[in-house]
Structures are given as structure tokens and as C-alpha cells.
Design a protein around this ligand. Structure first.
Ligand SMILES: CCC[C@H](NC(=O)CCC(=O)O)C(=O)O
Ligand SMILES: NC(=O)OP(=O)(O)O
Length: 320
């Protein structure tokens, strides 16, 4: 596996879920694979779960790990070609990338969407330069438009907790005080569309996800109808994806607090589980009672990030 950005990169999804289950029970069983191999984890943005779980996964496999916070210690990087670098950027990405690639065997990268230029973000301009110039396998640790390690862990968690063969899973928008990327909901939608679940997306008008991720999911603008008889509620904020109105890309066009998931919202479900990728803004996305309830899966969901990362790194090691 040379890149990991989309669900299809894993091949047969049921086989990947079975491998995740096996690795969860035998996470130290493949340490020979990582002997004398190095993972370079590059962060252009903050992280807790991805940073810790991916390092843990690599260490489980016997892999050496280097973590680089680009904006804390490295030279400020110029990403555009054709510019005269007489400003505050000392190094160009096109030198830095192959240099970084020379120190490792596998690269993980986090580079959030800028949320100002939709075409630039949705072309995955930054991360595709790592794929093109690093000479190494590259996996996403949340890029401009996708967060597959999160979605893989989310689906694995749903498989662990589902009480029925084909559960109803609802991706619900919720309000936030900042403009957030669409990467998490994009990947969640992509992976749910590939899985054997009854998938519904609910959000205010104007927040339609890009069709390449929303796929054939049912879109329900009435949150209460969407929550009806749901088995899993996956709450997440995202800024306007700019699908219905490109000029609104990256903007907050709705802050309606009635979309915040509280105990009444959860009463509409089939005794459903609450999920969120974290970090979560309590009081905006979800109330304290819901996220602290015995039907909140946010902690086991975060713990499963170690497993999704270990499957991906293992497969990349196997393809070196
Ligand atoms: C895994 C989620 C990462 C990121 N979340 C944030 O940036 C939240 C920042 C905040 O709430 O201040 C996002 O929404 O994509
Ligand atoms: N869910 C997730 O990716 O968390 P971090 O941003 O803390 O890594």
C-alpha cells in the first residue's frame, strides 16, 4: 500500500476490519516487520490522538518514529512555485520533502485545509507534493479533505458495538465557534457509504458535503427525523463545504444551538450510542450529560485509533 487516503486504499473492507480485530488482540505480534524501519510523522497542525495513537501503533510494530512539528522548530516552508523567497520563509517544500523522505521509510502527514481556496484544498495540493516528491509511502493523518485513520477507527468501533446486523448510523452537524475543515465528515461519509450500515447525514441547508464523499447517503435537513430510531449518532461540526454556494466555502453560515446534541436528541434514537472524533467543544457540539453517559463511545473510539493506525502502517511495511 503506497498511499492511504481513501477507503478503497484498504481493498476489501471486511478483510481490513477482520485484520483490525486480529491486531487488537495481537498488537505486538508483528515486531519483526518494523525492525530498522523509520516512520516520519509530519504535523502542520495540532494533534493529541493522532500524534499519540500513531506513534504507539508504530512502536507496537517495532518501528522507529520521528515526529516533526513543522511550525515549531523547522524552517518556515514556502509551498508555492515561481515566488521570490525574500520573505519569512527560508525553505521550499520541494527541497524539504525529498530531504525528509531520505530519513525515513514511511511518512504520515497532517496538513489541514486552509478553508480559503476550495480548489486548492480539494486538490490536496500540499499532501500530493509529499506523495510525488518524498519517494516514500504516505498516509493521511488528516489532510485538507480526508481523515481516513479516524474513519477506519470509527467504523471498527461501530462494528464492535452494533447490536444489529445493519445499524442506522447518523452523521449530524452541530454548531461551533470556529470554521472547521470537512475532512472528518468527508471520510466518515465515505467509509459509512462503503460499509453495511443504513447511513443518514443531517445538517442545515448549505452544509452539503462534496458529492464525492456524500455519495448516495440519505440527506435529512430535519435533525429529529434523522435521529429517529438511530443506533449510532456521530456528531461533528464542519464549515460550509461550498457545494451549493462556492462563495460560502469555509464559512460559518449557521450557528443554531438547537443542533447541539443533548439528552432530548438522544431520546429520539433507538437507545443509540454517541460518537465524536474529539477534541470536542462541550456546550456547542454536545452536552455534558450526553458525552459522559454510558452510551458515549468517545473514549473506546479514540482508543481504536491505535488499531486503525497499526493496520495501515503494517500494510505499508509489508509493501516496502
Ligand atoms: C480531529 C479533528 C481536527 C479538527 N478539529 C479542530 O480543529 C477543533 C479545533 C477547536 O475546536 O478549537 C477538525 O475539525 O478537523
Ligand atoms: N481525532 C483526532 O484526530 O484527534 P487529534 O486532532 O487530537 O489528533
Amino acid at each position: 500500500m503506497k498511499t492511504f487516503f481513501n477507503v478503497e486504499d484498504l481493498g476489501n473492507l471486511n478483510d481490513a476490519l477482520a485484520e483490525a480485530k486480529e491486531i487488537k488482540n495481537n498488537r505486538f505480534g508483528y515486531q519483526e516487520l518494523g525492525k530498522n524501519k523509520t516512520l516520519l510523522m509530519i504535523f502542520f497542525n495540532n494533534s493529541l490522538r493522532t500524534r499519540l495513537s500513531t506513534q504507539k501503533a508504530a512502536m507496537n510494530l517495532g518501528v522507529n518514529v520521528i515526529v516533526l512539528d513543522v511550525n515549531a522548530g523547522a524552517w518556515k516552508l514556502e509551498t508555492e512555485r515561481g515566488v521570490i523567497m525574500d520573505g519569512d520563509k527560508s525553505e521550499h517544500l520541494l527541497e524539504a520533502i525529498p530531504v525528509m523522505g531520505s530519513y525515513c521509510d514511511i511518512i504520515g502527514i497532517r496538513s489541514f485545509a486552509g478553508l480559503s481556496d476550495r480548489d486548492y484544498d480539494y486538490a490536496e495540493t500540499i499532501v500530493n507534493q509529499f506523495v510525488k516528491y518524498s519517494g516514500r509511502p504516505v498516509f493521511a493523518m488528516e489532510t485538507s479533505t480526508v481523515h481516513p485513520l479516524q474513519a477506519f477507527a470509527d467504523l471498527f468501533t461501530i462494528e464492535e458495538y452494533k447490536q444489529t446486523t445493519r445499524p442506522k448510523v447518523v452523521l449530524s452537524w452541530a454548531p461551533h465557534c470556529k470554521s472547521l475543515p470537512q475532512a472528518v465528515p468527508n471520510s466518515f461519509a465515505q467509509w459509512m457509504n462503503a460499509a453495511d450500515v443504513d447511513f443518514v447525514i443531517t445538517h442545515p441547508e448549505g452544509y452539503e458535503l462534496d458529492p464525492k464523499f456524500a455519495g448516495n447517503a440519505k440527506i435529512e435537513y430535519n435533525q429529529k427525523k434523522a435521529f429517529d430510531n438511530a443506533d449510532f449518532i456521530y456528531a461533528k461540526n464542519w464549515s460550509c463545504p461550498g457545494v451549493t454556494n462556492p462563495a460560502d466555502y469555509g464559512k460559518i453560515i449557521n450557528s443554531d444551538p438547537s443542533w447541539t446534541v443533548d439528552t432530548e436528541h438522544m431520546s429520539w434514537t433507538n437507545n443509540g450510542y454517541f460518537m465524536h472524533c474529539l477534541p470536542v467543544r462541550r456546550g456547542l457540539i454536545v452536552t455534558d450529560d450526553v458525552i459522559e453517559s454510558d452510551h458515549s463511545l468517545v473514549i473506546p473510539e479514540a482508543a481504536n485509533r491505535e488499531i486503525s493506525a497499526e493496520v495501515v502502517i503494517k500494510r505499508m511495511l509489508e509493501s516496502l
